[in-house]
Design a protein around this ligand. Structure first.
Ligand code: C2E
Ligand code: MG
Ligand code: MG
Length: 601
């Protein structure tokens, strides 16, 4: 920011006007100046005494450098004060004053430096004024007045530099990330626009690298935000060291960094940089008392080959980064047209999903859950099915993530719950069977607990809380967010039971389970699958069951497909089983037939 722009000639005139700083004053100051010119030692002695004064303050003395530099500073200061009476107070003068002000700030001098120095100057000058004008008191007072005006004019400018530096700080705040000091999203957009223009002009290429830290969320969730911040600062430093000064490294937010490599780069060169970044980021991080290892995934896109505008380039580099993540993380990958195709299909499917409920394409199926001891169906899991008009059955593994990303999950989730409650009431009324239905709850649904009036609906229909079981994932507990706790407590208070779904695939911390008062553990299918062949899986399954029981938690084995698996689970004292051995998820009418005993299991 240029100081000249902020203080115009008009502004200078206004300041002088306000101080009644006139030509008469300038004339008087000229008289004083001529005297000083013949007695230069006076100004020097003033400077010396000022520095002596400054040296008596340890905190100021600390800022002053070696003797030679102090001599230089003294000379500058003498010249500075000499100019006070020199008679020219125009734009050059102002610009010089501001420059000196900025330089002083750079070494850390506060405004008190100025007030102190001007005071010393005035006090030293008084006897001189008396010497020049002492015989004529009117002239003496006018001279006092003129010198006061120029000192205040000057001090005003000096203090202004502090104000300007505040503006600079604001400007910095608007363009740089305060944590890592890297350019932020704002400045990144500006730089990218500039680089694209330049590349267009020169007919050259530029490359974007989007870096995402793979395990940042886990570090943040488990070690806390201060450790997360340290990790980001250190990652930023490491990334910065992998590129040249002319390359922009910006933080887009969270754990996402982006690099602009301007000018033509050979692909091998780009790949070397990407590989280098992956390598330096995978080195251990010392965060206070913890040593942490993470990896990074990098997406790469090239202008103008992949896209010509900023929005498309960013979309592409994002797709490339996600593809690298999906391929197993800790790697880089270029954007390809098939990613674009995939992204478009995803968008299309999401749009269809938005209409699916209204078009009656969604159905809730029920998969029986049996009590192992008695062999009877006491529970069922509600599982969503989507009959797409052209694609046929779409797997929930595909559309649930889309529903989560787009927020459609809230509406769909509420609907599944309603269907489940209606069935629970219906089965008891018509068939006299008490069945507890499990409803899957995605972590996203926990983000807005106030949206779900589930307990209220159950009350209105007269359904006791324990007829519904909510399945959540382990990751949710790790976050320990106030909202999650509030919602889990809400469930608990209304008697709704809670299961941990897919147990064993995440952090699998039994301590958390105790803390959150969980009712059931659903042991993931991956353990059950090889139960017959794999002794480790058998040992793990047995250990999970034993420990769960110790904590008062019941267990449900998922994906039971064979009688051998069932028998092994029985011998381990597992409480419930669910799987194709008994039945896949089926429409409500079919499930009814099973529990009415008309269809053998
Ligand atoms: P999940 O909650 O773990 O559900 C169990 C999945 O395992 C179901 O897959 C079920 O059909 C399948 N399964 C059950 N028994 C067997 C078996 O013996 N062998 C094999 N190979 N698979 C078995 P599905 O229905 O495809 O659901 C996939 C996932 O989609 C569910 O996993 C759940 O996380 C999610 N999901 C389904 N419906 C909903 C819903 O209404 N809301 C939410 N948020 N997620 C849902
Ligand atoms: Mg489930
Ligand atoms: Mg499961």
């Amino acid at each position: 920011m240029s100081q000249e722009k902020l203080i115009t000639a008009e502004n200078i005139a206004n300041r002088k006007n306000f101080l009644e700083f006139s030509e008469v004053d300038v004339e008087i100051l000229g008289q004083i100046h001529r005297y000083l010119e013949h007695n230069e030692a006076i100004v020097d002695s003033f400077t010396d005494s000022f520095y002596r004064h400054v040296f008596s303050f340890p905190e100021l003395k600390m800022m002053l450098p070696d003797e030679a530099s102090i001599d230089r500073l003294k000379k500058i200061q003498s010249r500075y004060f000499f100019r006070l009476t020199a008679g020219d107070y125009g734009e050059d003068y102002v610009s010089d004053r501001l420059k000196v002000g900025y330089a002083h700030q750079k070494v850390g001098l506060e405004p008190k430096w100025y007030t102190g120095a001007y005071r010393k100057y005035l006090s030293s000058l008084l006897p001189i004024l008396h010497e020049i004008f002492g015989d004529d008191s009117t002239k003496l007072i006018a001279a006092y007045d003129a010198i006061l005006k120029v000192v205040f004019f000057d001090m005003d400018l000096a203090l202004d530099t502090y104000f300007h530096s505040g503006m600079r700080k604001l400007l910095r705040l608007a363009n740089y990330d305060s944590l890592t000091g890297l350019p932020n999203r704002n400045l990144f957009y500006d730089r990218l626009a500039q680089e694209i223009k330049k590349a267009q002009r020169d007919g050259s290429s530029l490359v974007l690298l989007l870096i995402d830290l793979d395990q940042f969320k886990e570090v943040n969730d488990t070690l806390g935000h201060p450790s997360g911040d340290l990790l980001l600062v250190e990652s930023a430093r490491r990334i910065r060291k992998c590129v040249r000064d002319a390359d922009t490294v910006a933080r887009l937010g969270g754990d996402e960094f982006i690099i602009i490599l301007p000018e033509l780069h050979m692909h091998t060169h780009v790949e070397r940089i990407a590989q280098n970044i992956i390598q330096v980021l995978s080195k251990p991080y010392q965060l206070d008392n913890d040593t942490v290892h993470i990896s990074a995934s990098i997406g790469i896109t090239v202008y103008p080959e992949d896209a010509q505008d900023i929005a498309s380039l960013l979309k592409h580099v994002d797709q490339a980064m996600y593809a690298a993540k999906a391929e197993g993380r800790n790697r880089f990958g270029y954007f390809t047209q098939s990613m674009q195709q995939e992204a478009m299909e995803k968008q299309e499917l999401t749009n269809d999903l938005r209409q699916a409920l209204a078009r009656n394409e969604l159905h809730v199926y029920y998969q029986p859950i049996l009590e192992l001891k008695s062999g009877s169906i006491t529970k069922a899991e509600a599982l969503l099915r989507w009959k797409h008009p052209t694609r046929g059955m779409v797997s929930p593994a595909i559309f649930i993530p889309l529903a989560e990303e787009s927020g459609i999950i809230h509406e769909i989730g509420d609907w599944v719950f309603q269907q489940a409650v209606v069935c629970v009431v219906d089965w008891q009324k018509r068939l006299g069977r008490i069945i507890q239905v499990s409803v899957n709850n995605s972590p996203i649904q926990f983000e807005y607990p106030e949206r779900q009036g589930w307990q209220k609906q159950m009350k209105e229909l007269g359904v006791p809380g324990n007829r519904i079981n909510v399945e959540i994932t382990e990751g949710l507990l790790f976050k320990k967010s106030a909202k999650t706790m509030e919602r889990l407590l809400d469930f608990r208070n209304s008697g709704i039971e809670v299961s941990i779904d897919d147990f064993g695939t995440g952090f699998s911390s039994l301590a958390y389970l105790k803390q959150f008062d969980i009712d059931y553990l659903k042991i993931d299918r991956s353990f059950i699958k090889d139960l017959e062949k794999n002794a480790d899986d058998r040992a793990l399954t047995e250990a999970i069951i034993v420990m769960a029981h110790k904590l008062g938690i019941r267990t449900i084995a998922e994906g039971v497909e064979t009688e051998v698996q069932r028998d092994l689970l029985k011998s381990c004292d597992c409480d419930f089983v669910q799987g194709f051995l008994y039945s896949p998820a089926v429409p409500a009418v079919e499930f009814e037939r099973m529990i009415a005993g008309k269809q053998p299991i």
